[in-house]
Design a protein around this ligand. Structure first.
Ligand code: ASP
Length: 323
């Protein structure tokens, strides 16, 4: 029996074409839609295209729209798996947003392409085909939202775009993929140990993301406070430290009950409260900074947006970031 798979096209290079000048652009029609018939032997496909955007144009509003489409198609039409095609620039963010919010116990796979549809070695149709295979697979259930490109299966939580143009750009630093796609089948070799899901009706808060550097001072943090942001994520140095000149600005935010979440700008490891000097992780934790458990900055920002839709209690937000 073929599985009923919902394919949601959202735009990105996977649906674009290179023009004679060498620019990659969206056309009036998504070439993937015309190619659907080549995939119909794999599953019963139901194809929708709620928007057609390069992924730098995607915001949490579109992510929320995708969540609602998936939940509605699951409860009203009994879809058994979902594949989303998406631009690769913000793919990991949409995947993680859905991982944290979608209430539907079916495989959800996000994919994209590094080469547009008419380029030599175009990887889009192949990645779409691999993703349909993963979304149709029983073992993909209960693994959270998955990202499938280049024959690898990654979790939304750990995957990140690591290269500007290489087709093997999606990697999970420190953890690796949780499975592979071969010509003969789909093989999972790991399972995520923790699943979290937050009930949200919308995203209305403002959260900024600041990257630390040698000599960072407090001015940006004061500006964020004046601009009425609801939260801030800081990509701190090393194990979770900041220059001393930035501490006063961080303290001013926390005094105003604006949560400050710390991740590391290192892409391996977890930010922790190890160092006790001024601006060190221990000092920052003592001032009320929240440490995130190994997320990168862009994902911690989305998690804080989602957490703030739930609660403004700093201790509650701290608990959400413990996982
Ligand atoms: N800039 C493109 C996008 O994210 C890149 C891609 O899709 O690969 O829409």
């Amino acid at each position: 029996m073929k599985k009923k798979i919902l394919v949601i096209h959202t735009g990105g290079t996977i649906s674009m074409m290179e023009d004679p000048t060498g620019s990659v652009i969206p056309g009036s029609e998504n070439p993937l839609i015309a190619q659907t018939s080549q995939l119909e032997s794999m599953a019963e496909l139901h194809v929708v295209e709620p928007f057609h955007l390069p992924s730098p144009h995607v915001t949490p509003k579109e992510m929320m729209e995708l969540k609602l489409i998936i939940e509605n198609e699951y409860s009203s039409n009994g879809v058994e798996g979902v594949v989303i095609t998406h631009g690769t620039d913000t793919l990991e963010e949409t995947a993680y947003f859905l991982d944290l919010t979608v209430k539907a116990p079916i495989p959800i796979v996000v994919t994209g392409a590094m080469r547009s549809s008419n380029e030599i070695g175009a990887d889009g149709l192949y990645n779409l085909m691999s993703s349909i295979r993963v979304a149709s697979c029983e073992e993909a259930i209960d693994k959270g939202v998955l990202v499938v490109l280049n024959d690898e299966i990654h979790t939304a939580k750990n995957v990140t775009k690591t290269h500007t143009s290489n087709v093997s750009t999606f990697q999970s630093p420190q953890y690796g993929p949780i499975g592979i796609v071969t010509k003969r089948g789909v093989v999972f070799h790991h399972s995520p140990t923790y699943k979290e899901c937050y009930d949200i009706n919308g995203i209305s808060n403002k959260v900024s993301l600041i990257k630390a550097y040698a000599g960072l001072d407090s001015s940006l943090f004061h500006a964020i406070k004046e601009l009425d942001y609801d939260g801030v994520v800081v990509e701190a140095l090393g194990q979770g430290n900041l220059p001393p000149a930035s501490v006063e600005g961080i303290k001013a935010l926390i005094e105003k009950n604006i949560p400050v979440v710390l991740v590391s700008r290192c892409f391996n490891g977890i930010a922790q409260d190890i160092y006790g000097y001024e601006g060190g992780g221990k000092d920052l934790r003592d001032h009320g900074v929240i440490f995130s458990n190994g997320l990168n900055g862009q994902k911690a920002r989305l998690k804080l947006l989602i957490a703030l839709s739930h609660t403004k209690e700093i201790d509650e937000i701290r608990k959400i970031f413990a996982h």
